[in-house]
Each structure stands twice: as structure tokens, then as C-alpha cells.
Ligand binder design. Structure first.
Ligand code: SF4
Length: 101
């Protein structure tokens, strides 16, 4: 009976430790990142100079990308959709990205 109690207590303590650690080390992710990634062509070709579409989307969100046309396979419909989305969804601090076509 003692091993069962000891293992149960160890499980409880380790579980609480993991819950505590996950709360401390959680990473905040900008909700716009997933949407902008979805609005890109999705070829993950790297022609934009970023490691795939999610990397390019992260550059857009972070303000590192100046021109959406750096995504060579992209068409006006992709660029317009992204610009429209970002216009309606500014950063959490209220800043609007200055990316252009
Ligand atoms: S160039 Fe466009 S399609 Fe290719 S990885 Fe970059 S964002 Fe994706």
C-alpha cells in the first residue's frame, strides 16, 4: 500500500510542478500570425528570403517586411487580402504595420 501512496504523491507533486512551469514559461503568440500565414500562397518555397510562409508572415507582423511582393508567387489577391486583414486587425499595442504591396 505504501508504494501506491508514494507514487500517487510523486505524480501529484510532479503534475503541479509541470502546471506551474507551463504557466511561467508560456509563449504569447500573436493571433494574426496564423491568419496572415493562411493568406499567403502556402508554397513554402523560400523565394521571399524567409524560411517558409510562416517566417514571412512573422516578418510582416513584426514590421520587418516592407513589400508583400517579396513573396514572388503571390498575386494581388493575396497582397490585398493581407493588407485588408492587417488594416482591420492592428497589433495589440494599436500600431498598424507599414507593409506595402
Ligand atoms: S515566397 Fe511566398 S510562397 Fe514562397 S515561402 Fe515566401 S511567402 Fe511562402
Amino acid at each position: 500500500m505504501t508504494p501506491v501512496i508514494v507514487l500517487s504523491l510523486m505524480g501529484l507533486i510532479l503534475g503541479l510542478g509541470l502546471a506551474f512551469a507551463s504557466d511561467i514559461f508560456k509563449v504569447e503568440i500573436d493571433e494574426r500570425l496564423e491568419k496572415v500565414t493562411d493568406l499567403l500562397p502556402g508554397l513554402n518555397c523560400g523565394a521571399c528570403g524567409y524560411p517558409g510562409c510562416s517566417g514571412f508572415a512573422e516578418g510582416i507582423i513584426d514590421g520587418k517586411v516592407e513589400h508583400l511582393s517579396d513573396c514572388k508567387p503571390g498575386k494581388d489577391e493575396h497582397y490585398d487580402a493581407i493588407l485588408e486583414y492587417l488594416k482591420d486587425h492592428p497589433a495589440p499595442d494599436g500600431t498598424v504595420t507599414n507593409v506595402q504591396k
